[in-house]
Write a protein that binds this ligand. Structure first.
Ligand code: NAP
Ligand code: MG
Length: 532
């Protein structure tokens, strides 16, 4: 069967058909209450199916209410990485020989377990990384899509074996894709469930085993995935969870001689370091890294400005711009620049900044203290070197707990090559630049180290064709009112970047993703031995 069962669509349509959008909201709110009872527990590592306690732990708090501790988590170190890699190496021998059918079935089962716990995981995300309800449920749906889609891909490709027939009489040839061994998987805080699930599933369903490290701010939902894997019957040692810091856990994973390949999503700095380390240590396995973005949007003079304003507003400010795909620079035709900018500022002022669990919240609290310091810094620079049209300050309202709330910020009058318009900030911050032609907009869009997502608003077919032809970007969206650059569907919109936005040019949730976790073997048998 074609893998077209999008959980995202099922969720949305399911609620609409049954007239139960309201029910969803009430069920979400109940889940938000329910999950609180588990807060404050201590969460060990998970190595070879065992819970492993560590001498040191670290606390994770709610970005929207920093006095609230969600739990204590084991702080792993190099010795735990060694133990986890050893468990994964041992488990590899059997797991690689497990029939692909059986592996796919385990991940389909895990998808069902996650689906049954969808609201619980959605609610956990509100507390752990501050994602609002609609975006958090979309993220859990995306994770379910990854699980089902990759299972369907393994089945569609019949375990990645190709019968290459008999090139000469009596000589039979087969080509196989084979797993490498142990993969390191390191995930970011911003899609702590979907991306962690997608990368881990990619490594495992193709017959590798893995050591997985979530971001330090988001270990709770990683445990939820490991619960699901366990319930789905994944054998011990195939996946091992080591929580802890980037330096303490991530770095030894990269350097470990028995870690054959790496799947990473996060910043350019860390991603490129992984690749450099692999080179320095002469490791030959793949580094599949999805990195940052500085995503441009062009608003043409033919654009429907309502769509453009809406698309830029949601692209730049939902989840406070903490997305690799966030809209961060806008090149708007000078003839419509004034009207576009005024309307963008007005609509930005109407966006709700608030607690993630509140129904109306669009602009979430920032993940950590480093993010809020970076916000203060760039807003100060924007005021000095350009014009802050709206935003630029922290939000301190009586109805909000102590948390990292900031205003969505629109800035004009900075040159296109200013650091504010070239560096990835990962904050609710967008710069607007007038241009005199589509050509100029495309040239400036492409003048970047990054090439992850790009958007165009235009009602002119020739412009749309020219843009698709010349834009340098992994993901390209035209007239997307819901969000100019963010929000991709597994299978329909495989996700990845060019240039410094990714290392392989093959995208997650697409038909060429899984092959990256395997290497080819040509097999030839001469004569009749073993012939059916
Ligand atoms: P990050 O700072 O690079 O962290 C990502 C992961 O790497 C975390 O688990 C982090 O652990 C770990 N890490 C840090 N230093 C390490 C080291 N020396 N060795 C090994 N691992 C190390 O990124 P982030 O702040 O979580 O996420 C934001 C970045 O991710 C942005 O650049 C964004 O564009 C990118 N991103 C890209 C995509 C995509 O698909 N292209 C998707 C989402 C996010 P700690 O948390 O313990 O530091
Ligand atoms: Mg970071």
């Amino acid at each position: 069967m074609a893998p077209s069962q999008f959980e995202n669509e099922l969720t949305i349509h399911g609620h609409e058909q049954a007239g139960t959008l309201d029910e969803f909201h009430r069920a979400y709110e109940a889940a938000v209450e329910d999950v609180r009872s588990g807060f404050g527990e201590t969460h060990p590592l998970r190595i070879d199916g065992e819970l492993v306690e560590t001498a040191e732990t670290f606390a994770v708090t709610n970005p929207g209410d920093t006095d609230q501790v969600l739990g204590e988590f084991a702080a792993g170190d190099e010795t735990h990485v060694d133990a986890a890699v050893a468990a994964a190496s041992d488990a590899f021998q059997e797991w690689k020989g497990t029939h692909w059918d059986e592996r796919a079935a385990i991940f389909r089962e895990a998808a069902d377990v996650v689906r049954d716990r969808k609201l619980e995981i959605t609610a956990l995300m509100a507390y752990e990384n501050g994602k609002n309800r609609t975006e958090a449920i979309a993220e859990v749906d995306e994770a379910i899509d990854f699980l089902r889609y990759y299972a369907a891909e393994v089945e569609r490709n019949e375990g990645y074996t190709a019968d290459l027939r008999e090139p000469t009489p009596g000589q039979r040839c087969v080509s196989d894709l084979r797993p490498y061994g142990v993969f390191g998987v390191v995930a970011p805080f911003n899609f702590p469930f979907a991306i962690l699930v997608g990368m881990t599933t990619g490594a495992l369903i193709t017959g590798n085993t893995a050591v997985v490290k979530p971001a330090s701010s988001t270990p709770l939902v990683a445990h939820a995935f490991f619960d699901a894997l366990e319930e789905a019957g994944l054998p011990d040692g195939v996946a091992n969870l080591v929580t802890g810091g980037g330096r303490a856990v991530g770095q030894p994973m990269i350097e470990h001689e028995d870690v054959a390949g790496f799947a990473f999503t996060g910043s350019r700095e860390v991603g490129l370091r992984i690749r450099r380390t692999f080179d320095e240590l002469d490791k030959r396995g793949p580094v599949i890294a999805e990195l940052g973005g500085k995503n441009p949007v062009i608003v043409s003079d033919s654009a429907d400005l309502s769509k453009a304003v809406s698309g830029v507003k949601f692209g730049a400010f939902s989840f406070s711009g903490q997305k690799c795909s966030a809209t961060s620079r806008v090149y708007v035709h000078e003839d419509v620049a004034e009207e576009f900018t005024e309307r963008l500022v007005a609509e930005t002022n109407d966006l709700a900044v608030g607690k993630p669990e509140d129904e109306e919240t669009v602009v979430s609290p920032l993940i950590d203290d480093g993010a809020i310091e970076r916000y203060d810094d760039i807003c100060e620079t924007a005021a000095a070197d350009g014009t802050v049209l709206t935003g630029g300050s922290r939000v301190d309202r009586d109805d909000l707990p102590t948390g990292r709330y900031v205003e969505p910020t629109v800035v004009a009058d900075v040159p296109h090559d200013h650091a504010l318009a070239t560096d990835e900030h990962f904050l609710p911050f967008v710069t607007v630049h007038p241009v005199s032609s589509l050509e100029e907009g495309i040239a400036k869009s492409n003048d970047s180290d990054y090439a992850l997502c790009a958007g165009l608003f235009s009602e002119d077919e020739a412009e749309i064709d020219a843009w698709f032809d010349r834009i340098e970007s992994g993901m390209c969206y035209v007239n997307r009112e819901r969000s100019a650059t963010t929000g991709a569907l597994v299978d329909a919109q495989p996700f990845g970047g060019w240039k410094y936005s990714g290392t392989t040019g093959k995208f997650a949730g697409g038909p060429w993703y899984l092959q990256q976790f395997m290497r080819q073997q040509s097999r030839t048998v001469v004569g009749d031995a073993g012939r059916p």
